[in-house]
Design a protein around this ligand. Structure first.
Ligand SMILES: CC(C)(COP(=O)(O)OP(=O)(O)OC[C@H]1O[C@@H](n2cnc3c(N)ncnc32)[C@H](O)[C@@H]1OP(=O)(O)O)[C@@H](O)C(=O)NCCC(=O)NCCS
Length: 188
């Protein structure tokens, strides 16, 4: 899938480069970021991360973006989209890795861009994600973008020897249509 560049007021989303993917392991080693993520990819070797990045770049059903702050051009995190065409649904994931950019509304801006991009461009009826139940900042961010909690997967993941439950959240196209949209430009 060709990854577009999407530019809003404060954020640019563009295809993640291999050096950025290798660097992003540093973020996932930071406990304040990593404790909310499903997997610990901070421990991947260069070869493993490179393979993961190459597989993603060749994929016909997923896109991996870098999140870039327009104010200084710094890559501050990453996000991705996965497409399930048979079900007409997509999944979204996000991590702001640079701590000083957390809690400033940028995550909400990113999710709104991805939400409006996929519903306008892909043939989907549903956009979904899972989020740890102990991640209120992320849950609030997704709710502000129109996602609703559908249910809870109990003990879904095991991290550092502990089971973690996660909510399933989603937004359907019929509900997205009623929401105000975010302004962004798109280049392919
Ligand atoms: C989750 C994430 C993308 C959200 O982006 P963000 O830019 O930090 O969040 P935003 O500022 O856009 O929105 C957060 C909202 O949660 C609120 N919030 C923050 N901490 C909160 C808490 N402990 N309880 C309830 N609400 C909280 C904020 O006040 C804000 O709402 P408001 O705008 O109405 O005031 C980002 O924090 C992140 O990447 N975190 C690390 C990795 C992660 O958790 N990824 C998600 C995995 S599902």
């Amino acid at each position: 899938m060709k990854t577009p560049t999407l530019i809003s007021e404060r954020i640019t989303l563009r295809k993640q480069t291999l050096p950025e993917a290798l660097y992003s392991r540093k973020w996932s080693r930071n406990r304040r970021v990593n404790r909310f993520l499903k997997s610990d990819w901070g421990n991947l070797s260069d070869a493993e991360e490179t393979k993961f990045w190459r597989d993603g770049a060749r994929s016909k059903t997923q896109m991996r973006f870098s999140i870039v702050a327009n104010e200084n051009g710094e890559a501050i995190g990453g996000c991705d989209l996965k497409f399930f065409p048979n079900d007409e649904r997509a999944q979204v994931g996000i991590m702001i890795g640079e701590e000083k950019y957390l809690g400033k509304g940028l995550g909400t801006e990113v999710i709104k861009i991805l939400r409006d991009y996929v519903f306008r461009t892909w043939k989907i009826n549903r956009l979904e994600l899972t989020v740890h139940i102990n991640n209120p900042r992320a849950i609030k961010c997704y709710e502000k973008c129109g996602f609703k909690i559908e249910g809870t997967h109990f003990d879904l993941h095991k991290k550092n020897g502990k089971y973690i439950s996660a909510h399933s959240m989603a937004i359907l196209k019929k509900d997205w249509r009623k929401l105000p949209k975010i302004k962004f430009r798109m280049f392919e």
